[in-house]
Design a protein around this ligand. Structure first.
Ligand code: NAD
Length: 354
């Protein structure tokens, strides 16, 4: 689904999940338009999806599905037209298959897709970019609210690409990650969870539950734990009007796309809880996707330090713009972010003429 290309080629993730629908993909494509505009990278907004449960497919079946999808989509994709990326249920391996299939008819074209493995032109830092960015933005917001992250209790829902790397980066910043979850359920430990141990446990057991030294907790309970920072990093609408009144965090950081519903957002705002909107909070992924595309076009890879330094610099600048705009117009961060993003898209459309 292509939403807007006024500021540059269509850009967005490809989602493989049983609940994918046209409406969901349409909404996510629009979100990408505002996100790329907010962080001021020369892309528009798009999203793709296949309603499929990848857990039911062998790797071979997944490869066939992906490559057939690329055959159908090849006329739509293009280095300067439409550049897919990973999202829920897709990963660097799926991006590698996209590159391979597209390159069969177009010659080796690494810039056609981002989030690739390093061996095929991926960028250093892309895998951790979204989570690292979420943690960096959390640090900036916490500091503005005079909240010291050292030892601060943090709760994270979702332990996939975004949740894992957010947890790792926040733990490295000194935060105490007291609860984590995946689709099957969660774990809790007030003293703080060792993220490396949790990762190894998931690799062996296929789930978080059962990690020694932790107690099991249901996803619904986890969201309502007392904490300084709550990070929904799984899917849409996990914080809604049924649980918004019970959220006990000072800051809610939208690492997932649209995890807080519109009504819940109002409730949290009225209760004085700061919500960091998805367009800002999880934009690290598309920023480093842009860096990956630039490196592919230049055929010149950057070092990890360069990627992360540029990512943090860019996020810092964008956060300051959003915060200043919210102060100036006395609005929340989401309204300010949309004001900046929509303004930029509007300006590009006006400048291009008919
Ligand atoms: P992923 O597939 O790697 O991980 C998703 C995680 O959420 C898994 O741990 C899964 O078990 C868990 N989960 C799924 N359904 C759940 C439910 N109903 N309750 C609790 N947990 C559930 O996906 P990801 O790439 O980490 O993406 C997570 C979110 O972040 C999505 O909203 C995605 O759109 C958004 N996002 C991802 C990126 C990226 O670079 N990967 C960038 C921007 C935004």
């Amino acid at each position: 689904m292509q939403h807007n290309q006024a500021r540059g080629p269509f850009k967005g993730g490809l989602r493989f999940h049983p609940s994918v629908s046209l409406d969901e993909v349409r909404a996510l494509a629009q979100l990408m338009t505002w996100k790329t505009a907010l962080v001021d990278i020369p892309f528009g907004g798009a999203k793709g999806g296949i309603a499929v449960d990848t857990n039911q497919l062998s790797q071979h079946a997944l490869e066939i599905l992906t490559k057939h999808f690329v055959q159908k989509m090849a006329p739509v994709f293009g280095v300067h037209h439409d550049i897919p990326a990973p999202d829920v249920g897709t990963n660097p391996q799926v991006m590698a298959w996209i590159l391979a299939e597209y390159s069969k008819t177009h010659g080796f074209t690494p810039a056609i897709v981002t989030g690739k493995p390093l061996e095929l032109g991926g960028s250093a830092g892309r895998l951790q970019a979204t989570g690292h960015g979420v943690a960096h933005i959390t640090g900036l917001v916490a500091s503005d609210l005079s909240l010291d992250l050292e030892g601060a209790p943090v709760v994270i829902q979702g332990f996939g690409n975004v949740g894992l790397h957010t947890a790792r980066s926040l733990a490295a910043m000194g935060a105490r990650v007291i609860a984590l979850s995946d689709i099957r359920g969660g774990i809790y430990c007030d003293a703080g969870i060792d993220i490396g141990r949790a990762e190894r446990h998931v690799a062996e057991a296929g789930r978080l539950e059962g990690l020694s030294g932790t107690e099991p907790i249901r996803n619904a309970e986890l969201l309502e734990l007392p904490c300084d920072v709550l990070i929904p990093a799984a899917i849409e609408a996990t914080v809604d009007c049924d649980n918004a009144d019970a959220i006990q965090a000072r800051i809610v950081v939208e690492a997932a796309n649209a995890p807080v519903t519109h009504m819940a957002d109002r409730t949290l705002h009225d209760r004085g809880i700061t919500v960091v909107p998805d367009v800002l909070a999880n934009s690290g992924g598309v920023i480093v996707s842009y860096y990956e595309w630039v490196q592919n076009l230049q055929e010149f890879p950057w070092e990890l330090d360069t990627v992360l330094r540029r990512l943090e610099q860019r996020l810092g600048q964008v956060y300051e713009q959003v915060r200043d705009c919210s102060h100036q117009h006395r609005t929340d961060l989401r309204t300010a972010a949309y004001e900046l993003a929509i303004g930029r898209v509007n300006q590009a459309i006006a400048l291009r003429g008919f």
